[in-house]
Design a protein around this ligand. Sequence first.
Ligand SMILES: Cc1cc2nc3c(=O)[nH]c(=O)nc-3n(C[C@H](O)[C@H](O)[C@H](O)COP(=O)(O)OP(=O)(O)OC[C@H]3O[C@@H](n4cnc5c(N)ncnc54)[C@H](O)[C@@H]3O)c2cc1C
Length: 412
Amino acid sequence: MAQPSSKSPVSAALARVERGQTCTGCGLCAAIAPGAITMAMRPPGYLRPQQSAPITEAQDAAIAAACPGIIVDERPEAGAPVDDALWGRSWFTGTAHSTDAALRHQASSGGGISALLVHALATGMVDFVVQTGADPLLPTANITVASTNRDDVFAAAGSRYTASAPLADLETWLARGRFAFVGKPCDVSALRARARQDARIDAQVPLMLAFFCAGIPSAAGTGRILDRLGVKPDDVATFRYRGDGWPGFATATLKDGSQKRMSYADSWGDILSKEVQFRCKICADAIGNSADIACADAWIGDEKGYPSFEERDGRSLIIARSANGKAVLDAARAAGRIETQPLDMAQIALMQPSQARRKKEIVSRLAAVAVTGRPYPRYLGLQIGAAARLAPAKQHLRSFAGLVRRLVQGRA
Ligand SMILES: Cc1cc2nc3c(=O)[nH]c(=O)nc-3n(C[C@H](O)[C@H](O)[C@H](O)COP(=O)(O)OP(=O)(O)OC[C@H]3O[C@@H](n4cnc5c(N)ncnc54)[C@H](O)[C@@H]3O)c2cc1C
C-alpha cells in the first residue's frame, strides 16, 4: 500500500489549481482521495475541494493527470468523419427532440439528453444513470442522483445553472454497476481522463453525455434571482432554472404553493452569466468534445440573426462525437425515442454565437493568463490554434487586453 506523502500535507496538484483558480468543481479529486478530499461550498457559491488529510504521491499524480483544472486531453479517437476547429468531432450533427412530449416539455431544450438516457435504461445498456438534480434540502442547489427509470430521468431533466460535482462519489457508482453519465464538458473530460487510469470506467460506463456549457454561476447568482423575485430563500419549496417549456422560466415555487418566475433572458442574460467562475472563462472544451454525445440548445435566430428566447417547442442540437455515440443515437432513433434532422455544422455558429466567440478567443485569453504569471490548463487536441486563426487580430488584442486588465484589477 502506498504511504501518505511526507513532502507536504497539501496536494501539489490542488495547490496549482488554487493558484490559477482553475477548479471546475467536478469532484474527481475527492473520488481519487476519499476521506482526505471532500467538496465543499466556498463563497460566492462554488464547489471546491477541501483537503483534510495528507494524500499519497500516487493520488496526487492521478489528480494531476486527470483534473480538468490542469489538463484536458482530447486527442481524437481515430476515424471521426469531421473534426471542426470550432465544433469538434462529429459522427452526426443534427437537431433533435424526445418523442415523449411530456419529457420534451420538461427538459431544458428538446430533451435530447433525457431521451437517450431513457433509451439506455429501457434497453438494459445500463443499470442506472448518474445525473444532477435538485437538492431536496436546498432546492436551489444540486445533488448527484442515480436514476433507474423514465420517471427518475424526467424528475432530473432541465438545466440547473449552479455548482455540481457529479464525480465526487465515483467510487460509489462504480461499486454499484453499469451506468450512463451526464455532466458538464469538464466532468466528462475528467471521467475520460480517469478512465485512462482505471479500467473499470470503460467497462462500466458505456455512455457519457455532455451539454454545451457557458459556465457555472455562483450560488450568489441564484440568490440575486430570488432577491429580484422578492422571495426569501427559506420560503422556497422547489426551484427550477429553466425547462418546462423552451427555454422555460427560472421558477421558484413557494411553500404556500404560489410561484414567482423570471424569463431565461433575464435570469441567465442579466444575472447568472455575470456570476460564472473563472475557469469557465478560459474553457477550450465548453462543447463536450469528450462525450459520446453532446447536446445544446438549437436556438432559432431572430430577424437580426441572434438567438431568440421566445417560448416554443423544445429543440436540441445534438452531436454524436464517437462511433459509440452514433450507434446509441441510431438505436434510440430506430426505437422511436428521439427524432433528429441532420444539420450542416456551419449553422451551429448562428445558434451558439457565444460558444463560437469563446473558442476563437481561447488562445488570447490563455496568453493573458500566462503574462500575469498564473497557471492554466493544458489543452491538447482541441485545435485552439486553428480556432484562433478564425478571428481577426483586433479581436484577439481586445480579448487579451481586457482579460489582463481584469486579472490585474482582481476582477476576473
Ligand atoms: C451551467 C450550464 C451552462 C450551459 N450552457 C449552455 C450553452 O452555453 N449553450 C447551450 O446550448 N446549452 C447550455 N447549457 C445546456 C442546455 O441548457 C441544455 O441542457 C442542453 O440544451 C441539453 O438540453 P436537453 O433538453 O437535451 O437536456 P435535458 O434532457 O433537460 O437534460 C439535461 C441534463 O443535464 C443534467 N444537468 C443539469 N444541470 C446540471 C449541472 N449543473 N451539472 C451537471 N449536469 C446537469 C441533468 O441531470 C440532465 O441529465 C448549459 C447548461 C448548464 C447546466
